[in-house]
Design a protein around this ligand. Structure first.
Ligand SMILES: [Zn+2]
Length: 289
């Protein structure tokens, strides 16, 4: 029993929280939800401009997080970003914006910026991977401490990063300790990367991740149920237990013995449609046995 309680206490889990009203408001919301891990937007997710927080605000944010017992903070990059667009101008502005968000993460002491690579459109796959690797390397080289975390995608419209092979190819190519991976359970299901959340299939996935990328590189889990069935390629998050993966499948995943140290971040629609809520978090707490 003692061991079980210890796992529950130490498990890093939380959710995406709104930062409307500023960074400090995000901490207050997290405190209300009682989480030790958060994800937020470092600036507007739909704007090409992003200001660095002022030094005072950045320090206060870290202080408030520490007081609230929030040990893990992740930023999510804006949806506008597409570092592998066939359009060069879009690629360049995406690179600048991703770089700026990495600076914001660094300034507020966040673990890193979770981002989607984007869609390559009609660009050749090999060329696209090459561009992605070079862009990530350039961003990391220009910043002393910032960390980038690539998220797997659901796969529609030639999105890059929907297979373990692609993630592995990019990860190996970038070859930098400040680069990691986030696995989104709903995206993995929709892309077919994990087409079943039965124990044996999760075991297969974790082993493959370990042998091709290495578990040290796996820094975050976006924990979402899926509104759509396996292989549908659609990105539709669902509340925990209400979707096609289900509670048991998600429990099999988060309780896999090799990945229990990885922070869990909910990005679910919420039972009242207002984003991740206490009800979803409470369900997860019951699943962590
Ligand atoms: Zn996600």
């Amino acid at each position: 029993m003692e061991t079980k309680n210890k796992i529950k206490q130490e498990r890093r889990m939380g959710c995406h929280v709104s930062a409307s009203g500023g960074l400090l408001s995000a901490v207050s919301r997290a405190q209300e939800l009682g989480v030790n891990t958060i994800q937020l937007f470092g600036a507007s997710p739909v704007q090409w401009r992003a200001a660095l927080p002022n030094a005072e605000e950045a320090v206060l944010f870290q202080k408030k997080c520490a007081q609230a017992g929030i040990t893990h903070v992740f930023l999510h990059a804006p949806y506008l970003i597409n570092i592998t667009s066939p359009k060069e101008a879009l690629r360049n502005s995406s690179k600048q914006l991703l770089s700026r968000h990495t600076e914001i993460a660094e300034a507020i002491g966040a673990q890193g910026v979770i981002f989607h690579v984007g869609s390559r459109g009609d660009m050749d796959k090999k060329e696209s991977i090459h561009i992605v690797i070079k862009t990530i390397q350039d961003i990391l080289d220009a910043i002393p401490h910032g960390i980038l975390i690539m998220e797997n995608t659901a796969g529609a419209g030639n999105l890059v990063g929907d297979t373990l092979e692609e993630l592995s190819e990019i990860y190996t190519g970038v070859h930098n300790k400040r680069f990691g991976i986030c696995i989104d359970t709903a995206h993995a299901f929709a892309s077919g990367m994990i087409s079943s959340y039965e124990k044996k299939d999760i075991d297969k996935f974790v082993s493959l991740f370990e042998s091709t990328i290495g578990l040290d590189a796996w820094w975050a889990i976006h924990l979402n149920d899926s509104k759509v069935s396996a292989g549908s390629k659609k990105d539709r998050h669902e509340n925990i237990g209400e979707g096609h993966i289900g509670k048991e499948g998600l429990q099999n995943f988060i309780m896999h013995k090799k990945i229990q140290h990885i922070p869990l971040i909910l990005e679910v629609p919420g039972f009242d449609g207002k984003g991740p809520d206490k009800k979803n978090l409470d369900i997860i707490k019951l699943l962590v046995i």
